[in-house]
Design a binder for this molecule. Structure first.
Ligand code: GDP
Length: 442
């Protein structure tokens, strides 16, 4: 699959960042140097990379990121957002005609996958939108091209309009008329391809555009060709004007640069991607999902967002203050557990927790039942006990255990856990505390 190399390198970079806990501006800049190299190696255009890294860096070295509880996660989130933006932000659709059939002109260089994609896209429109598309064979120079369109159309049970050799512009016009007469609400024009962008090809396409006034001109480019695909997009857009791009062969081992460069280089969105040879292997292009895929983190990103919403910074600051004064109480512990619970799947959360706490917790298995016990025990304590765990003598422990239907050993286990948690949290906040001038914590 495309992007493998890029994903691997970005992950290595982010792993280093996450391992650090606190981040300095230098850490971020170092990471961005690695991101820059990774993107260049993925065949993303130099200028695109330069601008991308500049905007991520500008956002990431701000104090609201570096001083947050989860700086590495914030940096990753920024990279994700900027990647999404780079690829166009939202999902682009085909502009449909208000009346009469929607005419889509499919253009591209030979071998890019134009004929296959024409059929795939028509099939997708029928599947997703209930359209009744007609395919039109307007590549009259290669008899094999007409035959090929008939074959793929036949496989999808889509009607194909063809007139053999002839004037492609007239064939296009006839096809549209045919569609109107036969209740087809979309017409896909499979136009001629060449090995290179040349004037004769562009002239013909321009003539066709002027004659049929398509609702949409889609350029099909092959992801495997990297920067050549980007150059083709620029050339077609300048000569003909395109509305969007279909990027094929994303299932191959393309380095992915085209997906990341096309929008920034041409201003035109990628609207669909081809993901395999089979005729149903085409998908609308979602920049946000693609960014997550490139970062190799699918659901993780939505999780980071959730964690940020749940992990209240103000409350965290209060906690730090208490820690600094060695005043962490069982009440705080209880609230921490509640916060964790609110985040959902605990085992998933563990690895996402900032710094030392996360690393400690990632190794441990957290079990919901044990958590429920812990909460029950704390709830059985008086507020005074929660604030002053040191007063818990044998008789108090016995009363608490009875109150929540557990044993004294369970109470003791909790107190031990609490002690451990204090140690870990101290470690976790040590860096931040010394910055605040409250160093000297063990
Ligand atoms: P055209 O010359 O631009 O019309 O290209 P074709 O439609 O003939 O496609 C060229 C080759 O690319 C064919 O073998 C297709 O099966 C293949 N192809 C097209 N799209 C994809 C894709 O998304 N993934 C893969 N793996 N192959 C594709």
């Amino acid at each position: 699959m495309a992007f493998e190399g890029l994903t691997e390198k970005l992950n290595a970079t982010f792993k280093k960042l996450r391992g650090k806990g606190r981040l300095s501006e230098n850490d971020v800049r170092e990471a961005m140097r690695e991101v820059r190299l990774a993107l260049l190696e993925a065949d993303v255009g130099y200028k695109v990379v330069k601008e991308f890294v500049a905007s991520v860096t500008e956002r990431a070295v701000g104090s609201d990121v570096l001083d947050s509880l989860t700086p590495a996660q914030q940096v990753i989130k920024i990279v994700n957002e900027e990647l999404t933006k780079l690829m166009g932000g939202g999902t682009a659709k085909i502009a449909m005609a208000n009346s009469g059939p929607t005419v889509v002109m499919m253009v591209g260089l030979q071998g890019a996958g134009k004929t296959t994609t024409t059929a795939k896209l028509a099939g997708l429109m029928r599947r997703q939108l209930g359209k009744r598309p007609l395919l039109a064979a307007c590549d009259v120079y290669r008899p094999a091209a007409i035959e090929q369109l008939k074959v793929v159309g036949g496989q999808l049970d889509l009607p194909v309009f063809e007139q053999g050799q002839g004037d492609p512009v007239q064939i296009a016009e006839n096809a549209i008329r045919h569609a109107r007469d036969h209740g087809n609400d979309m017409v896909f024009l499979d136009t001629a391809g060449r090995l290179h962008v040349d004037e004769a090809l562009m002239d013909e396409l321009k003539r066709m555009k002027a004659a049929v006034r398509p609702n949409e001109i889609l350029l099909v480019v092959d992801a495997m060709t990297g920067q050549d695909a980007v150059n083709a997009a620029s050339a077609f857009d300048e000569a003909l004007g395109i509305d969007g791009v279909v990027l094929t062969k994303l299932d191959g081992d393309a380095r992915g640069g085209a997906a990341l460069s096309i929008r920034a280089s041409t201003g035109k969105p990628i609207k669909f991607v081809g993901t395999g040879e089979k005729l149903d292997m085409i998908e609308p292009f979602h920049p946000d999902r693609m960014a997550s895929r490139i970062l190799g983190m699918g659901d993780m990103l939505s999780f980071i967002e959730k964690a940020q919403q749940t992990y209240d910074e103000k409350q965290a600051a209060k906690l730090e203050e208490k820690l600094r004064k060695n005043r962490l109480t069982l009440q705080d512990y209880y609230e921490q557990l509640q916060q964790l619970r609110n985040m959902g799947d605990l085992s998933q959360i563990a690895g996402m927790m900032p710094g030392a706490l996360g690393r400690q917790m990632a190794g441990a298995t957290i079990d919901d039942k044990a958590l429920a016990h812990t909460e029950a025990i704390i709830l059985s304590m008086t507020p005074l006990e929660r604030e002053n765990p040191q007063i818990l003598n044998a008789s108090r422990k016995k009363r608490i255990a009875a109150g929540c239907g557990l044993e004294v050993v369970d109470v003791n286990r909790l107190l031990k856990q609490f002690d451990m948690m204090q140690q870990i949290t101290k470690q976790m906040t040590r860096g931040r505390l010394s910055k605040m001038g409250g160093g000297g914590m063990g």
